[in-house]
Design a protein around this ligand. Structure first.
Ligand code: AMP
Length: 409
């Protein structure tokens, strides 16, 4: 006998109830981001591996360990997208979007892929919602994007905490990187093997370590936020000013290092306490050098991505709307064509309506009407009658107009 087939490790099926919540989240986020001018946008789920190698950064965990990379039949190296920003910047360059009015504001929603050890809230195929603003370094964009994510999480019923920092520019980061390397080398005996091995490649990641000795070393480490040049410090102060005016709370976290190399200036992350170990629900920052790194003109950019599964795990289901639901009961098979037309006519007028479609007895049909949450049952027999499920009142109707009047709340 053939073995039981299952979805691949780290993937999941979206079943109807979950699907409804996703659809509702998508709708509310589309509205929220659309109101701020973020246009719907998408890129392919796979790209030339080069896009991520150059965009995300060779020394990151994502590129070193987590990419699903494969060769196509022509021997080209392709990778399932592990994140959305590198592809968005590739598209910005490819389509000459720097010639459009700036900033170009984009929003996206879709699947992403990382070869990580699966656990609650961590999958190999997951979905992200993201927003990017390219072509302007105005600090109001950083603040606007942070506030949009904050509102999105609030609307989804996710309790979250915002951590915020600034990484300055590439030159400051490079100088600081050298300072940090020198510091880490001076205390390398106390560091974890992994952190010690990566002092040259990515000393910033030492701040992420859970290793006790490393943590003690990092408590005394120099901080990038104290080394920002005056322009970057001013930019960060302006971002904070906008957030303060909006009443947005945040914790300054100078050790906030996101796991991607492209960030400059503002970085932020929203954590949700209810998520446990995988507490990051969404995050992002500014990436002023990324478009250039991908072969385009020097172009500032800022954006974020949030995990849809984590939003749904941490959030609350939306309240059900009080809308009429009709179920069309057909006692005799001869009336099925009339019942079919009635269900269609109701839907054409915006009323949720279904008819009996599984050969049930009349009693079974009423049970099914309860299961689908019908507020009204339309009985199509010799006459057409409407039963109000809350009051039990039943009334004959002469035509679709009268039916519609009855089937409303
Ligand atoms: P990142 O690009 O790593 O900052 O990811 C942004 C958001 O995507 C995170 O805050 C998570 O909510 C979500 N996310 C990242 N990786 C995974 C994963 N493997 N499974 C589920 N969600 C993820």
């Amino acid at each position: 006998m053939a073995g039981k087939l299952q979805a691949p490790r780290g993937t999941f099926d979206v079943l109807p109830e979950d699907g409804e919540r996703r659809a509702a989240l998508r709708e509310s986020s589309d509205e929220l981001l659309g109101l701020a001018g973020y246009a719907p946008f998408d890129t392919p789920v796979f790209e030339d591996t080069e896009v991520f190698a150059r965009g995300v950064g060779q020394s990151t965990d994502i590129v070193q360990k987590e990419m699903f990379t494969f060769e196509d039949k022509g021997g080209r190296s392709l990778t399932l997208r592990p994140e959305g920003t590198a592809g968005a910047c590739r598209a910005y360059v490819e389509h000459g979007m720097h010639k459009l009015a700036q900033p170009v504001k984009l929003r996206y929603w879709g699947p992403f892929f990382r070869h990580e050890a699966p656990q609650a809230g961590r999958y190999r195929q997951f979905n992200q919602i993201g927003a990017e603003a390219l072509g302007s370094d105005d600090p109001s964009l950083d603040a606007e994007l942070i506030l949009l994510l904050s509102q999105l999480l609030e609307e989804a019923g996710v309790e979250s905490r915002l951590r915020l920092s600034s990484l300055g520019n590439a030159a400051t980061r490079a100088a600081y990187g050298e300072e940090l390397r020198t510091y880490l080398r001076s205390r390398q005996g106390e560091l974890s093997d992994e952190v010690r091995a990566r002092i040259d490649a990515n000393p910033l990641r030492a701040f992420d370590s859970d290793h006790q000795g490393t943590k003690a070393v990092m408590a005394d480490a120099p901080l990038l936020i104290d080394r920002l040049d005056p322009e970057d410090a001013e930019h960060f102060a302006e971002v904070r000013g906008f957030l303060d005016d909006a009443g947005q709370e945040y914790d300054l976290d100078p050790t906030l290092v996101r796991g991607l190399d492209y960030y400059t200036r503002t970085v932020f992350e929203f954590d949700s306490p209810s998520l446990g170990a995988q507490s990051g629900v969404g995050g992002g920052g500014r990436y002023d050098g990324l478009v250039e790194q991908l072969g385009g003109p020097a172009t500032p950019g800022v954006g974020w991505a949030a995990g849809i599964e984590r939003i749904l795990l941490a959030g609350k289901p939306p309240e059900k709307l009080d809308l009429p639901v009709a179920y069309v009961v057909v006692p005799e098979p001869e009336q099925r064509r009339t019942a079919f037309r009635i269900a269609e006519a109701l839907r054409e007028r915006g009323v949720q309506a279904e008819m009996e479609q599984a050969g049930r007895s009349v009693k079974g049909q009423f049970k099914q009407a309860d299961r689908v949450g019908a507020t009204h049952v339309v009985i199509v027999g010799a006459a057409i009658e409407v039963k109000h499920m809350d009051s039990g009142e039943q009334k004959a109707v002469a035509d679709i107009q009268e039916l519609l009047q009855e089937v409303s709340l």
